[in-house]
Design a protein around this ligand. Structure first.
Ligand SMILES: [Zn+2]
Length: 122
């Protein structure tokens, strides 16, 4: 099963607006269940990086199923306790570390090993 990709999404634009207001952070894409929402009105490379980032999350979700949000939440809480920063806690989530590291590598998903996200430290 492949995710449904929604480009130039109003939902992604709203999430981006909220993210900028609350966390002073840009959010170009968000994935929920089997949907990927992209706020793609930037240059092509940035749009491709965002899509690759979200597709890496898709691979992680296929490995973890319903446990994805649970693991994400636990990682976030551990990161928050360790780093005492809401923004840094998000970047330290193991799913995010893998997606951030390889979002500009278009061949990564094809060669990715299962559960690669487990190799990161929160
Ligand atoms: Zn992400």
């Amino acid at each position: 099963m492949n995710p449904l990709i929604i480009k130039e999404s109003k939902f992604a634009a709203i999430v981006d607006w909220l993210s900028r207001k609350l966390f002073k952070q840009e959010t170009l894409g968000i994935s929920l269940l089997f949907l990927i929402f992209l706020r793609v009105n930037k240059n092509k490379d940035e749009a491709d990086d965002t899509l690759t980032h979200e597709l890496i999350h898709w691979e992680q979700k296929k490995e973890t199923w319903i446990w994805y949000p649970v693991i994400y939440g636990i990682d976030y809480l551990i990161g928050l306790i360790r780093h005492k920063s809401f923004v840094l806690a998000k970047y330290r989530v193991r799913f995010e570390q893998e997606a951030d590291q390889f979002e500009n590598d278009r061949s990564y998903i094809a060669s990715r090993s299962c559960y690669r996200w487990k190799s990161y430290e929160i």
